[in-house]
Write a protein that binds this ligand. Sequence first.
Ligand code: GLN
Length: 450
Amino acid sequence: QAFLARIDRLDGDLNSFISVTAEQALVEADRADAARAAGNIGPLTGVPLALKDLFCTEGVKTSAGSRMLDNFIAPYDATVVEKLRAAGTVSLGKTNMDEFAMGSSNENSFYGPVRNPWDPAAVPGGSSGGSAAAVAAGLVPAAMGTDTGGSIRQPAAFCGITGLKPTYGRVSRYGIIAYASSLDQAGPMARTAEDCAHLLGAIAGHDLRDSTSVARGVPDYTQELDTPLAGLKIGLPKEYFGDGLDPAVESAIREAVKVFESLGATVREISLPHTHYAIPAYYVIAPAEASSNLARYDGVRFGHRCNAPEDLMDLYKRSRAEGFGEEVKRRILMGTHTLSEGFFDAYYKKAQQVRRLIRQDFLDAFDEVDVLMGPASPTPAFDLGARKDPVSMYLQDIYTIAINLAGIPGISVPAGFAGGRPAEGRPVGLQILGAHFAEARLLNVAHQFQ
Ligand code: GLN
């Protein structure tokens, strides 16, 4: 009730929620109380949280930030939602996001932009901007996001919270509205790595309903949090400290790295030579998969349908023209183009080959070092409306996107403020990357820093 009251008081300005499900929340809270009274208590019993509005939640609107799904009430729960409920958490509602998770600023939402709680002139990042802002403003202690090219880590960085993108396949995608299926992964956003460790433990695991989820045991992610970092080998990818990196962000990151040195870690420079191909490869692969995933929104089975269609073609055309926003249409066009006969080999196939090289860069790096560190984003949160040109928005993802192409995990942790204290600057996120399934290590390293 305290969190619901806080949402009521503050979210009119922030706009971080699309739906607040107060009634269901109180029922779930009663259930958690009963479990507690029966002595049935886990680390997450009764913990309130919020879900990005692309996790299907039975009986609740699940919009993906789109007019297309403004009328869609999900008929079933995503695996993540089912697991969180089984762990005793209480969902307070569904958070705002860029439409179909396409964006880096939350400005592409049908429900309007979200404001950054540190500075209302700034964006919260995207696409999980609502989840990040809600946690940063203390409207919920934790929230779920998804990350296809940075959508957990970049908003976590912009809002000064901790956000973890797990290894591809670690968390089931069943019931999560798909953007780019070979890249999408769900993960926790919270204040600390310790909170993220509890949440990841609850949502990870094999799921027969997602054939890409990995059949591999789920460790207790809290177990290694206190392991000392003496002897930890840290690599700094030189490509993540080059042109375009805001000097205030760079100095915050270099200060953070010194903290690890003081904890006994060693630091060396590493090269990820194919980094500059990550954005072009991603912006071929992700829109291609999106154009295929979004073909199902045809006005026939569910979602927005235009008024009084003249015939089937008119129904398709107008329903999609009205239901999708500009950025989504741009990506459907790009994706359809690169998958067309005659273009497939030149674009899609080539991008997949480049993806392989990018992945190999990381595998080679993890032969040399335990973790990689760098900024989560080249700049702190920018102003609402400041990036009008789509390409400048895409370039924003330079440090997060390669990680999804490689399938490895990454975490963003708060690393101070660009330009000093909170009043003078905006939050900076330190990104820590590890080999496939090294989540426990990442959480350990992040926890020692916090
Ligand atoms: N900003 C990237 C995009 O627009 C990544 C989004 C995401 O991770 N969902 O595609």
